[in-house]
Design a protein around this ligand. Structure first.
Ligand SMILES: Cc1cc2nc3c(=O)[nH]c(=O)nc-3n(C[C@H](O)[C@H](O)[C@H](O)COP(=O)(O)OP(=O)(O)OC[C@H]3O[C@@H](n4cnc5c(N)ncnc54)[C@H](O)[C@@H]3O)c2cc1C
Length: 421
């Protein structure tokens, strides 16, 4: 054994809430954990860098085990005419729903209908991608076809769900109608449209598609193009962001770290006014002092106009700001069309039962960003996996499962001064 050092293999740990994998070999630069930091050596108050839950919410992760347990596509042995479960939306909620159903039932037919390309990705990374050095192709965690095969899901990507007939138990889509035994709505929320911020002049970043187009407009090649070695050596562009909530602040921080001069406007006097204390907001402003980031509080946008490549934002108090790109980060709302076509109760989102996550129609459940519980939408990552397990249990039968509403930790990923609130 002379001088021989025995190094046990690096282990992986997965966050039960959001699926982030901690790799001991890589550590986590954001939390100051150097490569080679053993999970056991991480302090107990460490928070998941993606969703903010604690170290206790992580468990050992074995990629080969997961692949083995869900890899081979199985032929359905269920009743031949079972229309199965149709899920609308392939964001985190839709994929978690598919996973939770498959874990309980190897055979139930699952159809996933989604407007996007269905690639599996972590949305919270969109607002920290520059800081993490993520080129556009690396945002995709798993290609859609691979995930669909792994979970034995029939995938209809780039397909809009249009309306629901509860009487016939059919979902009408842009590719025809689908029968369902149970329907699960996981279609998320959409950015608010404000007349003062016309869609033709403003970016709205709530999905990977829009983010990829935005980064391409900043000069980065689209993912299909082989990235050059200096993928981040794009020229700088002035960006104006309207809305200093979670997404607006994180994007502003990230773009400024990448060298783009950013102006951040908000109606409140301080950034993140709804989430942080005044002292924390001031801390954040102090951390931004060294970045090309100007925060202007207490203003409301009146209009946006274009002159050549320059966009001018005018505020109601008469100020004017020029930029090449405007990002509207003014919040989300749930589109109501599908729910109303099914006659579902509506209360600031699809109203679901607080415990079972069932809508007023017994065969329709909902989860994720599109739901409201007691009139409140709660649009965060952490609850989604728990919601999916409850819905899967209740849809597939057996003892009724109940969803527990617990306070969700929120990680404010402003790299210059992160917070967990
Ligand atoms: C930049 C950014 C950063 C964030 N950071 C954090 C964070 O740090 N922590 C945190 O907890 N949360 C964060 N969030 C919020 C979190 O990402 C969301 O709560 C979560 O991803 C919502 O997942 P979802 O599946 O419900 O909705 P979505 O991801 O919006 O998925 C909805 C899906 O439905 C599809 N769809 C929509 N309408 C239709 C239709 N009519 N027919 C068919 N398909 C349809 C869409 O194509 C999409 O696939 C962040 C959000 C953003 C935008």
């Amino acid at each position: 054994m002379n001088g021989l050092v025995v190094v046990t293999a690096w282990r992986l740990f997965i966050c039960r809430a959001c699926g982030l994998v901690y790799d001991e070999a890589k550590g986590d630069a954001d939390s100051g954990l150097a490569p080679g930091t053993r999970f056991d050596d991480i302090p107990d108050d460490w928070a998941c860098p993606l969703c903010g839950v604690t170290k206790a919410d992580f468990e050992p992760y074995d990629r080969t085990e997961v692949a083995r347990s869900t890899a081979a596509p199985r032929r359905s042995t269920g009743p031949r005419h079972d229309a199965g479960i149709v899920i609308v939306g392939a964001g985190r909620a839709g994929w978690q729903m598919s996973q939770a159903l498959r874990e309980r039932d190897a055979d139930v037919p699952i159809t996933l209908v989604t407007a996007c390309d269905a690639a599996v990705y972590d949305k919270p990374l969109l607002s920290v991608a520059f800081a993490k050095g993520l080129a556009l192709p690396s945002l995709v965690k798993e290609p859609a076809e691979h995930a669909a095969q792994r979970l034995n899901v029939r995938l209809l990507a780039r397909t809009q769900a249009v309306s629901v007939s509860t009487r016939a138990r059919t979902l009408r889509t842009t590719r025809g109608s689908l029968r369902y035994r149970h329907l699960v709505l996981a279609h998320g929320a959409a950015p608010r449209e404000l007349a003062a911020l016309p869609a033709a002049l403003c970016w709205r970043i709530n999905h990977r598609d829009a983010y990829v187009r935005f980064r391409s407009a900043l000069g980065e090649p689209a993912p299909s193009v082989e990235p050059p070695n200096d993928a981040f050596a794009t020229s700088t562009h002035r960006v104006l962001i309207v809305g200093a909530g979670l997404v607006g602040c994180e994007l502003a921080n990230d773009l400024a770290l990448a060298g783009h001069p950013v102006t951040l406007l908000d109606v409140n006097a301080l950034p993140l006014a709804a989430l942080l204390s005044e002292a924390q907001s001031r801390d954040l402003l102090a951390a931004w002092a060294g970045l090309p980031l100007q925060f202007v509080g207490g203003v409301s946008v009146d209009s946006v106009t274009r002159h050549g490549r320059t966009l001018t934002v005018r505020t109601t108090d008469g100020q004017a700001f020029d930029a090449e790109h405007i990002v509207a980060a003014t919040g989300l709302h749930t589109p109501s069309r599908l729910a109303l076509s099914a006659g579902l109760a509506w209360d600031n989102g699809i109203a679901v039962d607080a415990q079972t996550l069932r809508t007023g129609v017994a065969t329709i459940h909902a989860l994720g960003d599109c739901i409201s519980i007691d009139g409140q939408a709660h649009r965060f990552i952490e609850p989604i996996a728990r919601q999916a397990r409850v819905v899967a249990g209740n849809v597939l039968g057996g003892p009724e499962l109940h969803y527990a509403r617990i306070p969700t930790p929120v990680r404010v990923k402003t790299g210059s001064r992160p917070f967990t609130v």
